[in-house]
Each structure stands twice: as C-alpha cells, then as structure tokens.
Design a binder for this molecule. Structure first.
Ligand SMILES: NC(=O)c1ccc[n+]([C@@H]2O[C@H](COP(=O)([O-])OP(=O)(O)OC[C@H]3O[C@@H](n4cnc5c(N)ncnc54)[C@H](O)[C@@H]3O)[C@@H](O)[C@H]2O)c1
Ligand SMILES: [Zn+2]
Length: 349
C-alpha cells in the first residue's frame, strides 16, 4: 500500500500518514480502530457528499463498533463561514461530543477547510481525519493542515494550521465527480508542474484527454505525483516561514481577486487558471520567462478546458485584499520556466 509519510520538522508528533490507495475506504474502520484517534467521530460533510457516501462510511464504522454521527451543512463555498462552524460546533455539543472524540472531514475542500478548522477550535482542539472526495481536496486541500473560513471581505481570512491524524485518499470517490470539478483540481495539478515538476507537466501535456476521461491508471499517477510535490513543499516549510510554501500561491494572488470579483461563482481552479496566465504575462514582460514557456502553459490550460482570459479588470486595490500582502506590497509568484518559480514583491500603492 503506498503510504506517504508527512514528517514535519517542527514537532514530529504532528507527522502523519497519507494513504493513497484504491479502495482504502474499506480499510478506514480497521485503521481507525488501531490508531484510537477518538472514542466517537463527528462525520462533518456537505449535503451532496452526505447522500453519496455519508451513510456508507457510517455503516462501515458501525460494523467495527465505532460510534459516529453525521453532521452536514449546505454544499458550496458560500457555506465556508464562521456561522457554519458555529452551527456545527453547537450541533456537536448537543450530540455529546467531548475532548476525547474526533472529527472526520468527508468531502471536498470546503468540507476539509471547515472540518479541520472546527476540529482545531472545538474544546480547544480535538483530532481529525481527512477523507477528501474531490480531486482538488485529494491533491491540495487535504495536505498541509491549512484550515479556515472566508470573511465577507475575502477568502480564507480566518483559520489555523492544524494537521490531521491521517489522510485517506481513495480514487474511487472521483467516479461520481463531475468533469468540471476534475478540471478545477487539474488547475492546481498544472500549477505543481509549472512551479516544481517539469516531468509532471510533460505527463499532463501527453495525457490530458485520458485524465479528463478519468482513466484510473493515468489519474492515479497524476494524484501520486501531485501529492508528492505538495508534501515535499509542506515538509520543508509548514508555516510558510522560509518562503518555499509561498510558491504554491502561483496564480493565486490574481486568482483570489477574480474569485472575489465574481462573487465566488467562478470556481477556484478556473480563477487560478486565469491568474497563472496573467502572472506569466508579467514574467515575460519583465524578461524573466521566455514567451514559449508561457504559450505552453496556456495551451495545456486550454486543453484542460480551463479559462485563460477574463473581461474583469483586477485593480491594485483588489490585489491588496489578499491575505498574503505585507503592508502595501503583495508577493507575486512568477514562474521563470516550466518547473521553477520565484517570489517577487510588488508595490500596490
Ligand atoms: N486548505 C488548503 O490548503 C486548500 C487548498 C486548496 C483549496 N482549498 C479550498 O478548497 C475549496 C474548494 O474545494 P473543492 O474544489 O473540493 O470544492 P467543494 O468542497 O465545494 O466541492 C465541490 C462540489 O463537489 C461536490 N462533491 C464533493 N465530492 C464529490 C464526489 N466525490 N462526487 C460528486 N460530487 C462531489 C461537493 O458537494 C460540492 O458541491 C475552496 O474553499 C478552497 O479555498 C483549501
Ligand atoms: Zn489553490
């Protein structure tokens, strides 16, 4: 079974296993039983995932005599708020969850961010497990321990860095996932290729059609390679202190501004796709990247079915609402070629 160990520098106790395996879901009850993460589990999920997989997971836990309750909220980014976290917390209190219990975040990135955040503050912190069910969550949000919610004035502005006890990645969940959500996750995969992994980028160029058709072998390769890129970055810079983790924000400074301008109707991956094209243009203009690299990236984004242009104008003020700003400066990540990225400070006032 391929198990990736996310060994973190700061405190080894926070290190955990990331299981990447077809059908690993079946083994979750057994593994949880051995790990003794909690006496009882709050399965935090959204309304869609609850219907698809919630009861199945609960029944599997029950067969191993593991107690759990499903607590769900309305699907979508609009639910990623403090109000939802508060409501879920109250529900957990009503259902008798205490310090010896744990959370299972079953769902996409929204569920992961909310479930992780809730676990990090419920009774001053209880353990949690990630079971990501979207491509975005499998290759990105379930890895690295960033949790949080949005505020009216911007995305992910409140949150914690709180590592799960384990992550279970089962490609079978992707069978039900609409292609638009696969494209959404692929934007982050392309990002990994551009900032750190030229071979992954080339693999995507050659296999994008198969990936969009969810060919299991190709998809599995993409999954493993992407997870490795993220794990290697988080391992070295969990709290974004050395600047290394910041390169994961390639395409994100403009992407976040576009998401906000669209009232969060534009999916995250679709927004960062445009964001990547914008920063590539800047890199080419500054003479930091050759035009041919920018063209190759644009071509792959288009082949994936992701947008590469927008009618929306991103102003300096929009960029300053990003939480990665430092005073009047924002950090913009520029790729210098496929496989390498650098951080550049840009003045916005
Ligand atoms: N914490 C991090 O490091 C990190 C990294 C990247 C993204 N994120 C966050 O993740 C969120 C986006 O995550 P997402 O793209 O997974 O969105 P999402 O969680 O909203 O899921 C997308 C939709 O797919 C549905 N769904 C989930 N799994 C399914 C399945 N297997 N089959 C069918 N439908 C399914 C969901 O109900 C939802 O309607 C954003 O809020 C973003 O900020 C966080
Ligand atoms: Zn992202």
């Amino acid at each position: 079974m391929p198990i990736i160990n996310l060994r973190l520098k700061e405190k080894l106790v926070k290190s955990h296993k990331i299981y990447v395996e077809d059908g690993i879901t079946k083994q979750i009850p057994e593994i949880l039983k051995k790990m003794e993460v909690g006496k009882k589990y709050a399965i935090i999920t959204d309304t869609i995932v609850e219907k698809l997989f919630g009861k199945k997971l609960q029944n599997a836990l029950k067969r191993k005599k593991i107690k759990s309750e499903i607590i769900s909220f309305k699907k979508g980014e609009q639910s990623k708020t403090m109000a939802t976290v508060e409501k879920l917390g109250e529900e957990m209190i009503k259902k008798g969850f205490d310090r010896y219990d744990a959370v299972i975040a079953l769902g996409g990135g929204v569920v992961g961010d909310i479930g992780g955040f809730l676990a990090s503050i419920y009774m001053r912190g209880i353990p949690y497990i990630h079971i990501p069910t979207t491509l975005m969550a499998m290759i990105d949000s379930a890895i690295g321990g960033k949790t949080g919610v949005d505020l009216k004035c911007g995305k992910n502005l409140m949150g914690t860095i709180y590592q799960p006890k384990a992550v279970f990645i089962d490609i079978n969940y992707l069978k039900n996932l609409p292609v638009k959500q696969i494209q959404n996750g692929l934007a982050e995969v392309i990002k990994y290729g551009v900032i750190k992994d030229k071979r992954l980028f080339k693999f995507l160029e050659r296999n994008i059609d198969k990936i969009l058709k969810k060919d299991p072998i190709t998809l599995k390769h993409v999954l493993k390679r992407s997870i490795k890129v993220k794990v290697n970055i988080v391992r070295k810079d969990e709290r974004e202190q050395t600047g290394l983790r910041a390169i994961l924000n390639y395409g994100h400074t403009y992407g976040h501004a576009l998401e906000k301008l669209s009232g969060y109707k534009l999916l995250h991956g679709f927004a960062i796709s445009i964001g990547m094209v914008i920063v590539n243009k800047i890199a080419v203009e500054k003479g930091l990247m050759k035009e041919k690299h920018a063209q190759r990236i644009k071509k792959l984004l288009e082949a994936t079915g992701l947008p590469v242009t927008t009618m929306k104008k991103v102003t300096k003020k929009d960029l300053l609402s990003d939480k990665k700003k430092e005073g009047n400066y924002v950090n913009i990540i520029l790729a210098t070629k496929i496989g390498k990225a650098i951080i550049v400070k840009a003045k916005c006032k």
